[in-house]
Design a protein around this ligand. Structure first.
Ligand code: PLP
Length: 497
């Protein structure tokens, strides 16, 4: 069998068997046990094209991409406008050295993001080439900010357990996933972890009528214990990804953290790598929660993943601390830090072709009101999920914001008993894929089916998704022994008696 690969303007035919061998012997997929592909029957899904919310594999099978790539193709596939913008920039000038030079699309994008971001009206934008680099850069920026101001001993951070902030050493240190961290110690010192805010399984108040915000109190306690004058930053995802789309238990959660940061001088970093660019129903996720952080990290949806790009958006007052001239009387680390500006750089940060893609993506987002679409379609999808799966014996919780939704799967709905069975979750993912859905059954905490489609998903596609989910989760229930003949599958419901 042959496959087609685009090379220049020509479509080149390559031998599919050769590609399979290359995957087995040479490719190294991320967070993937490559040995499983020694089995010739198994191969990773090789995708070749996409349109809207649908992607096609090398054998021309179509799938609804309920993961939007990896929480990232927000504007959907097949956007010629983004492709044209990238091609035009690549033809004019493919690269500009960011160490002291800048391209036109990079400058334009910085200006647009600074005007749109909820950072108090003025901001400066430091570009990276992805999410981990954005988090890494934000942490360094926070630490140098304090050094600039004469507090070099502020080097600790607070993040949350089960959080995912990326894989580079700084980002990994603020991650709260034990498995992802364990092989790489010692990690960056001073990274402390607070409990997450998870209503469904809250150790403090899951049975109370409302969130008691003890999860926030725990953050305050950690800050007090570590010494507020030694903490550089608190970093948080607006809706926590790992563990399955977990919004904070109370709308006051982030405003209280904002106040804590104001009172102590700690910087508040919102990691919007997934939740930014329309996902929650607002352009920036912080807007959804009505907070103005000090730093916002973005990536993924900034270009709808047509090209790699990330950024740290910093309040102007923070950026200004890097501009101050070095007073002679300051001790050496402070004086040195102030002289040189931000002591950090990345060759591909703010790549011109990526910034051209981001500008076209932003035009689409604003013209088509994709955040509004995420709000409306998210509400529709959620209502359909609740109507169809709300009483399913293996569905414990349906939660999320906008088009970032999670269905927490349980072994027993009444007791909330969970099941931690990765093989069963892999089976579930395969079954869903066989039925035409790509999505993630997150196994990093209690099992949760995550829905994070392109923001252009249609009602018909939402309906199809819910139908497949019901069918497959019911089959899961049979395997867990919780669904019997009293909970017929959709086909059986429609079948003649
Ligand atoms: C909240 C958050 N931060 C950072 C990252 C890391 O991004 P990247 O994979 O682009 O390095 C991710 C990735 O999913 C993320 O979800």
């Amino acid at each position: 069998m042959n496959a087609t690969m685009v090379n220049g303007s020509a479509a080149v035919t390559v031998d599919a068997r050769h590609i399979e061998d290359a995957v087995r012997d040479n490719a190294w997929l991320h967070f993937t046990q490559m040995a499983m592909y020694d089995d010739r029957e198994r191969r990773p899904l090789m995708l070749v094209r996409g349109e809207g919310s649908t992607v096609w594999d090398i054998d021309d099978n179509a799938y609804l991409d309920l993961l939007a790539g990896i929480y990232s193709v927000n504007a959907g596939y097949g956007r010629q406008r983004i492709v044209d913008a990238m091609a035009a920039q690549a033809a004019a000038l493919p690269f500009v050295n960011p160490f002291g030079y800048i391209s036109v699309p990079t400058a334009v994008l910085a200006n647009r993001l600074a005007e749109l971001a909820p950072l108090g009206g003025e901001a400066r934008v430091f570009f990276t080439s992805g999410g981990s680099e954005s988090v890494e850069s934000a942490l360094k920026l926070a630490k140098q900010y304090h050094t600039n101001r004469g507090y070099p001993h502020r080097w600790k951070t607070v993040s949350r357990r089960v959080a995912y902030h990326g894989t580079t050493m700084g980002a990994l240190s603020v991650n709260g996933l034990t498995d992802a961290r364990s092989a790489f110690g010692p990690l960056i010192p001073g990274a402390r972890h607070a409990p997450m805010s998870n209503r469904f399984r809250c150790p403090y108040c899951q049975d109370a009528a409302a969130c008691t915000l003890v999860c926030y109190d725990e953050i305050e306690r950690i800050v007090e214990f570590e010494g507020p004058d030694q903490v550089a930053a608190i970093i948080l995802e607006p809706v926590q990804n790992a563990g399955g789309c977990i919004p904070p238990g109370s709308s006051d959660y982030f405003t209280k953290i904002r106040k804590l940061c104001d009172d102590t001088g700690i910087l508040m970093i919102m990691d919007e790598v997934i939740c930014g660019f329309g996902r929650l129903g607002t352009l920036f996720a912080s807007e959804y929660y009505g907070v103005q952080p000090d730093l916002i990290t973005v990536a993924k949806g900034i270009t709808s993943s047509y090209a790699p790009l990330g950024a740290v958006l910093a309040r102007k007052t923070i950026a200004d601390s890097f501009a101050a001239p070095a007073p002679d009387e300051l001790p050496p680390p402070v004086a040195e830090a102030r002289k040189a500006g931000f002591l950090h750089g990345l060759t591909f940060g703010g790549h011109p072709v990526s910034c051209a893609a981001a500008n076209a993506n932003l035009d689409i987002m604003l013209e088509e009101d994709l955040p509004g679409r995420a709000r409306d379609m998210g509400a529709y999808l959620r209502e359909s999920l609740e109507a169809t799966l709300g009483n399913h014996p293996n569905v414990g919780d349906i939660r999320g914001v906008g088009l970032f939704l999670g269905i927490e799967l349980v072994a027993d709905r009444d007791t909330k008993e969970t099941f931690r069975d990765n093989a069963l979750l892999a089976w579930l993912t395969d079954k869903m894929r066989e039925r035409g859905l790509i999505l993630r059954n997150d196994s990093r905490n209690d099992p949760t089916t995550q829905l994070c489609p392109p923001l252009v998903i249609t009602r018909e596609e939402c309906d199809r998704t819910v139908g497949i989910l019901e069918e497959t989760i019911t089959e899961l229930g049979r395997r867990l022994g919780t669904v019997g003949t009293s909970h017929p599958s959709p086909q059986m419901q429609g079948a003649p008696a």
